[in-house]
Design a protein around this ligand. Structure first.
Ligand code: ZN
Length: 337
């Protein structure tokens, strides 16, 4: 239903633009009135626009975008920064010592043109006030408090009393530690390049098989939190323009690709069966470009049983990070509930 309403609104919006263009044409002063040739070109453009109207996706009609604000552990706080910062220089903002994504534009109809910060809140954060530190040009820093709301974890967590046999070889343990270190280092890298501001495309067009934040407890102690969402589908595509910064076979993630979208926003694709041969580390990837085929590579922890269980059902594990923390990817999908 939401999809239909939005589409209708977008189409009306475009019609209004067309009507407006036609009306203003006749009001132009004689000197810049459209020539017949120009008019026919305009008609052709309008005609072709009309023909392609049905193929317009909502992404193109909703070119500017923010994640859905959800200021709780594992969520994203979308914060309007003070107008006094001006608009010319990009403010340097930190959360828990990590540089934060900022974007300069009106956030909603009511707001003016000011900087907006997207702050990723770690799953481990405690509810309450947390400071956002803004470095000012005068060298002094100032703080804004973010009110982190209590978590609303889904109830799909697994509690186990039987300890899993840590059936990992020392080589596997070493690889797991190396994998974690590599990912951590990369998602904490700062690339100030302006990111793609269009709405994220769904990476698989499939359905969700496992939620973000699903937890596994062992004797009441948290053993594992799911730091992404699992999606069904055939192939994974990039939801936005970016740069491929890692292609690696990880112990848990299997064949994994990491994309840097700029300003601390990264997306991760795991358990792939194969990676598109055109995808190379260090190269740009376009929104909608295929990353690879979805598969069962890698392993997972099976509560109470196995630390190196095989993945049985093909799926994409999709992760999204901001300021070095994994956040709920669903907040970046317009249609996600
Ligand atoms: Zn997963």
């Amino acid at each position: 239903m939401r999809r239909q309403t939005k589409n209708r609104r977008s189409v009306f919006g475009l019609n209004n633009i067309f009507n407006g263009t036609a009306a203003s044409g006749s009001c132009l002063p004689p000197r810049i009135r459209l020539t017949t040739r120009l008019k026919s070109t305009c008609c052709l453009i309008l005609l072709s626009l009309g023909l392609t109207l049905s193929t317009f996706s909502r992404a193109e009609t909703n070119p500017q975008y923010d994640p859905k604000p959800d200021p709780m552990p594992g969520g994203v706080a979308v914060i309007e920064l003070p107008v006094s910062l001006g608009t010319e220089e990009e403010p340097v903002v930190y959360f828990q010592g990590k540089r934060v994504f900022v974007m300069n534009r009106p956030y909603n109809k009511k707001s003016d043109n000011r900087w907006i910060a997207w702050v990723g809140i770690p799953l481990s954060a405690k509810p309450g006030k947390m400071p956002l530190v803004i470095e000012q040009p005068n060298g002094r820093s100032r703080e804004i408090m973010i009110n982190v709301l209590p978590p609303q974890h889904n109830d799909n967590y697994v509690v186990t009393r039987k300890a899993a046999q840590k059936n990992l070889t020392s080589q596997q343990e070493q690889q797991i530690a190396q994998d974690d270190e590599t990912l951590k280092r990369l998602i904490n890298r700062w690339n100030g390049k302006a990111p793609d501001t269009r709405t994220f495309l769904h990476p698989t067009r499939g359905s969700q098989l496992r939620d973000f934040g699903d937890r596994v407890f062992l004797n009441g102690e948290l053993l594992d939190s799911h730091n992404g969402i699992d999606l069904s589908g055939q192939r994974a595509a990039s939801p936005a323009d970016g740069t491929v910064v890692m292609i690696r076979d990880l112990f848990y993630g299997g064949k994994t690709v990491l994309i840097d979208h700029g300003r601390g926003l990264f997306t991760q694709y795991s358990h792939l069966a194969g990676i598109n041969f055109r995808i190379r580390e260090g190269q740009r990837i376009r929104r909608g470009e295929e990353i690879g085929k979805i598969g069962i590579s890698g392993h997972h922890i099976e509560a109470g049983k196995d630390y190196a269980a095989e993945i049985k059902r093909a799926h994409l594990h999709w992760g999204v990070t901001l300021n070095g923390v994994y956040v709920n990817p669903k907040l970046f999908l317009v249609d996600a509930e």
